[in-house]
Design a protein around this ligand. Sequence first.
Ligand code: NAP
Length: 547
Amino acid sequence: MTHPAGSSPSETKDYDAIVIGAGFAGLYMLIRLRQLGLSVRVIEAGDGVGGTWYWNRYPGARCDVESMQYSYSFSEELQQSWQWSERYPRQEEILRYINHVADRFDLRRDICLNTRVTQARYDEAADDWHVQTDGKQTLKARFLISAAGCLSAAKVPDMAGLADFKGRWYHTGNWPHEAVDFTGQRVGVIGTGSSGIQLIPTIARQAKEVVVFQRTPNFSIPAWNGPLPEDDQRAWKAQYAQMRAKARNTRSGVLYDYSQRSAFEVDEAERQAEFERRWQRGGANFTHAFNDIFTNPAANESAAEFVRHKIRSTVTDPRKAALLAPTDHAIGTKRICVDTDYYATFNLPHVDLVDLRATPLQSLVAEGIQTTAQTYALDSIVFATGYDAVTGALDRIELRGRGGLALKDKWAQGPRTFLGLMAAGFPNFFIITGPGSPSVLTNVIVAIEQHVDWIARCLAHMQASGSTHIEPLASAENDWVAHVDQVASGTLFTQTDSWYMGANIPGKPKVLLPYVGGLQNYTAICEKVIADGYPGLQFDAPTHQPA
Ligand code: NAP
């Protein structure tokens, strides 16, 4: 474990800024804060850097944004020198990349590993933050910045009998660091989101028997992954700066082929041909085949039916095919999955599919999983059951602002932020990819860089003007929340029970957590705030009296 130079765990140390998390967001924030000459401590729960990509080591873990786009753009030398090996990067390769960044920019000396922030409290008198860790350290800083991530609070469902199960169980988001060998085993997988869809074909290549317990099917598009041709990589690098700028100016931060046509501007044959073209290209590009797929139910249904047809023509058992074809939600309103051999895996004789809607899971028992129909004997169980997304990581910290108000209580009816970056009543506190920002609807590295750059520019403005205190006005926050809700209400997202809506967590208010107005529009709004001299933000109105 690394401690601040010369300090013991029990000492109180002062910094200009404390950053929670050493994933993509925390590392880049550290770089930008150093450039401002600030003293920084990054607190990281894992024993290595990487955040999501440190924890998600499950078999088959891979990013569904292409390698050439899923990387930092802030350093031309970095983006020119790093070589990606596949079209979609494996978890191991992304983690190697993040570690390379940590070394290349000499970041480790400011990162405290193996340490979890348990409490953060704003001290009104001192106008600073007191941060408590599970190592019993107390750290003080003027600024607190959350880089805790949107998909980092893994959720193991409350299931009766978990303690009784005699085999081993795992969650995809908290995978062991030692190799897990399923050879010869009967493995149960609960969950068929992006993680389950990647994991199931990979485990099926090893295990003796795989039983997939599905509650809701998801739409998945083939990745057609493969080695990244050297020529493609060279072509990207020849115009990297322009490509990155173009990506930043899209709604999702990814250079997809965004159609400007409605699905019904073309006839049926052309519509099908367009879907087929995109299916053959692979990946999430599929849902951008027409510009009204996320807003027009009929356009959405035509895309959904195309995918259902693909499922039915791949899966030979009609029972399994019918179960795997989603009919309960509009395509894309749950995060679209990208797979390698997912549907074909169900043609293997040792892969079974259990419909938990027809025969609900009752409990785990000593020998496996019991549904209302039967008991499935299993050696291992994998929970691919997702996350308390976007707000979960912050909710797990006792984070208190003015008057001792807990952020969790402030957000009890749904998160309230200004630009997804700050919250009224929580001075000197920034959130990277917070709720109410495009975050999980984007290539998250693009969203991270935009947020980190904005925060750094805001802090530079404060340095230049000699202010040390910043807080959004309640009125500005109200206006932003109203705008986020208004944009959401024009889409199909709000009609689906998804983790985007907080619907996967019992008791969590159903609110569309990310801002759905598009990254490019959001960025323009943030730029205007800077250009107009930060309206909606109050500087230097601390409640404390200078000594
Ligand atoms: P997820 O999308 O939330 O999927 C969780 C799955 O578990 C769902 O099928 C859900 O069913 C099921 N489930 C949850 N609780 C259950 C219960 N009590 N009983 C039975 N089934 C239960 O989680 P995820 O697959 O980990 O993915 C989360 C997000 O992480 C993705 O959407 C994506 O943004 C990101 N991710 C990306 C990649 C990639 O880049 N390729 C890979 C993995 C994850 P219901 O739908 O019925 O709730």
